[in-house]
Design a protein around this ligand. Structure first.
Ligand code: UD1
Length: 380
C-alpha cells in the first residue's frame, strides 16, 4: 500500500498549536504518510500567524490561500473556492481540520463535496449557543467528518446525542496540551520584563515591565464579538479593568487586532494608554503567552484555548462568556475557570473571590501530551 497523503489545514491563530504536534508526529512516520500543510490565510499579520511557524516548529505551508479578512460569507466563500483548487491540484487522501474557526468549516465542506475524507481534531465541543459563529462551524464540521477525534467524554456524548455513528468517534485527548507540555520549560525560562519590552504598544503613561513579578499581575485577552463589537459593552468592560482591576494589580493586556480596531473606533484607546496600571502588548507568541500565564495571579479571557491552558497550569480564570463548549475547565468539574459573561456585578464578584486563590493545576484524562501520538497511531 502507498503512503497516505494527509492534507492538514490551518487558518487562524488557535489552529497553529493544534496542528503543530499532529504534523510533527506524521513526519515521524515517513513510510506511512505523505503530509501536506495548507494555510488558508484567515489570519495574516506577522504576530497572528507567521511568527508561530518557527516558534512551534511547524513546517512552511505547501500552499497559502491568502483569503484574509471579511464577513463570514466572504471569508468562508473565498476559502472554499481556493481550497477546492488546492484539493484538485494536490489530490490528498485525507483532509485534517482542527478547532472551530471559519477555515475549519470551509475546508471540511469543500473536502466533503469533493468526496475527500475529513478528520476533525477537537470534535464534539458544544456551547449550545448558535449565536457564536464557532458553534455553527463545529456542528457543520462534525456532521461532515469521517473521523472525529475528541478531547473528552462529554464531547463523545454530544456527538452520540446528535446521532453520529460511534465507530467514527475516537477519544484521543486534548492536542493543545501536547503543545503546552512541549514548550512549558522554555516558557518558564523567559523573563517577564523582556516580554513586555519587546511587545509593548506605544504610550508613555504605561506601567513598565519592571513592575511585574510572578503571582503579582492580572492577564487579559478579549476578542469575541459579544465583548468587543458593542461600544457600550466594551466601554463598561474598560471601566471595570481600568478602575477596579488595574487599581489593585498591574494588568497585562495582549490586544487582539479586532479589539484594537474597536477601541480606537469607540474613542477608548486614549483612556487605556493613559491608565498607569495597564500594560498593553501586541498579540504575543505562543511561548511568551505561556510565560505570562505561568506568572499570572488571575486570568480574564474569552478564549476557549486559554481556558484549557489555565486549567492545566492552575491559573484562576474568569471567563468573559455566559457559556462554554469546554465544561471540563470549569471549577465545578475540577478546573480553574468560572463563567462571568460581561456583566459587571458577576465580574466583580469573581475577581474578588478568585484573585487570592492558590494555583490548582488540573489535568483531565488523556490531556497528557500524547494526543497526537494516539491520533496518528489510529491512522496507521
Ligand atoms: C477568529 C476565530 C475565533 C478565534 C480567533 C482567535 C472564526 C469565526 N473566529 O476570530 O474563533 O478565537 O480567530 O484569534 O473563525 N485581523 C487582523 N489581522 C489578522 C487577522 C485579523 O487585523 O491577522 C482583524 C481584522 O480586522 C479582521 C478581524 O481581526 O476583520 C477579525 O478577524 P477574523 O479572522 O475574522 O476573526 P477573529 O476575531 O480573529
Amino acid at each position: 500500500m502507498g503512503r497516505l497523503k494527509v492534507m492538514a489545514v490551518v487558518g487562524a491563530r488557535p489552529n497553529f498549536m493544534k496542528i503543530a504536534p499532529f504534523v510533527r508526529e506524521l513526519r515521524r512516520h515517513p513510510l506511512c504518510f505523505d503530509p501536506l500543510l495548507v494555510h488558508t490565510g484567515q489570519h495574516y499579520d506577522e504576530t497572528m500567524s507567521a511568527s508561530f511557524f518557527p516558534a512551534l516548529r511547524i513546517p512552511e505551508p505547501d500552499a497559502h490561500l491568502a483569503v484574509g479578512s471579511g464577513t463570514h460569507a466572504e471569508q468562508v466563500g473565498r476559502t472554499m473556492i481556493a481550497f477546492e483548487q488546492a484539493l484538485k491540484t494536490r489530490n490528498p487522501d485525507l483532509v485534517v481540520v482542527a478547532g472551530d474557526v471559519n477555515a475549519t468549516c470551509a475546508c471540511s465542506v469543500t473536502a466533503a463535496k469533493e468526496r475527500v475524507k475529513v478528520a476533525h481534531i477537537e470534535a464534539g465541543l458544544r456551547s449550545f449557543d448558535r449565536s457564536m459563529p464557532e458553534e455553527i462551524n463545529r456542528i457543520v464540521t462534525d456532521r461532515l467528518s469521517d473521523i472525529l477525534f475528541t478531547p473528552d467524554e462529554i464531547a463523545d456524548r454530544n456527538l452520540l446525542n446528535e446521532g453520529i455513528d460511534r465507530a467514527k468517534v475516537k477519544l484521543v485527548g486534548n492536542i493543545m496540551i501536547d503543545t503546552l507540555d512541549t514548550h512549558r520549560e522554555a516558557a518558564s525560562r523567559l523573563n517577564l520584563g523582556e516580554i513586555v519590552t519587546a511587545n509593548r504598544m506605544g504610550g508613555d503613561g504605561l506601567a513598565s515591565g519592571a513592575s511585574l513579578w510572578d503571582d503579582g499581575y492580572a492577564l487579559l485577552t478579549l476578542h469575541r464579538p459579544s465583548n468587543v463589537d458593542d461600544p457600550d459593552i466594551l466601554a463598561r468592560l474598560i471601566g471595570f479593568f481600568a478602575d477596579e482591576v488595574a487599581h489593585e494589580l498591574p494588568l497585562v493586556w495582549t490586544v487582539h487586532p479586532r479589539s484594537r480596531r474597536r477601541l480606537e473606533a469607540d474613542g477608548l484607546w486614549q483612556r487605556l494608554t493613559g491608565c498607569p496600571g495597564i500594560i498593553l502588548l501586541e498579540p504575543v507568541g505562543y511561548i511568551e503567552m505561556l510565560r505570562l500565564n505561568l506568572g499570572a495571579r488571575i486570568m480574564f479571557t474569552d478564549s476557549g484555548g486559554l481556558q484549557e491552558e489555565c486549567c492545566v497550569l492552575g491559573t484562576p480564570c474568569v471567563t468573559l462568556r455566559n457559556n462554554t463548549e469546554r465544561p471540563l475547565t470549569l471549577r465545578e468539574y475540577g478546573g480553574t475557570c468560572e463563567l462571568a459573561g460581561n456583566d459587571l456585578v458577576r465580574l466583580r464578584k469573581r475577581f474578588l473571590e478568585m484573585r487570592s486563590l492558590p494555583r490548582r493545576p488540573f489535568r483531565p484524562p488523556m490531556w497528557d501530551g500524547r494526543t497526537a501520538e494516539r491520533i496518528v497511531a489510529s491512522m496507521m
